[in-house]
Design a protein around this ligand. Structure first.
Ligand SMILES: [Ca+2]
Ligand SMILES: [Ca+2]
Length: 186
């Protein structure tokens, strides 16, 4: 009888461990997928921003400041063609950080009746990874208190920085940060 009880206990222990192993590896796979999805999204969003800025002229981006200052929105016009040696510009566009909703918005003809809007991504935190609001550059990237989407100027190039932050079902927070240097058209 005692042997039987011990046998059952051992079997239960083994099964329990097995279940735990299975559960742990499922969680590991899930979190791996979650993290790489967020990474893909960060890369895709950065690609879209870079493509848009590459098609504009740096002269038009006066409002973009030098480090340690930054802006969280950028107004530009896509240079569509050259007419008699002068670049011909299209409709104004804007990429902006909507800090209330934590989104990056792309707006075409902003603040006009013809405005079009698209959400390029969600899950953008109020502050860049490693940054806290204290007037200092906590994460050592040359900018002080920068937002989850930040632009600054470096000679004729625009530096774009982006952090995405998202919580999974287990309440684990994932953070992915990207930065890119974009050269505008002449
Ligand atoms: Ca910083
Ligand atoms: Ca700071």
């Amino acid at each position: 009888m005692i042997e039987l009880v011990i046998g059952i206990a051992v079997a239960a222990l083994i099964l329990g461990n097995l279940a735990m192993v299975v559960r742990t590896s499922t969680t590991a796979v899930e979190s791996g997928v979650f993290g790489s999805n967020l990474e893909d999204r960060a890369d895709r969003t950065m690609d879209r921003i870079a493509l848009a800025l590459m098609s504009t002229s740096a002269e038009k981006l006066d409002e973009v400041q030098f480090a340690p200052n930054h802006v969280s929105a950028i107004d530009y016009e896509v240079v569509v063609d050259v007419v008699d040696g002068d670049p011909f510009e299209g409709t104004p566009e804007r990429i902006e950080f909507d800090d209330q909703a934590g989104r990056i918005l792309w707006r075409r003809a902003p603040d006009t009746p013809d405005e079009m809007q698209t959400v390029w991504t969600r899950w953008v935190p109020g502050m860049m990874e490693g940054e806290t609001p204290n007037g200092e550059d906590d994460n050592g990237n040359g900018l002080a208190d920068e937002t989850g989407l930040a632009f600054n100027r470096d000679e004729e190039q625009i530096l774009v920085r982006l952090t995405l932050e998202r919580e999974d079902r287990q309440k684990v927070t994932y953070v992915r940060t990207r930065s890119r240097r974009v050269t505008c058209r002449n």
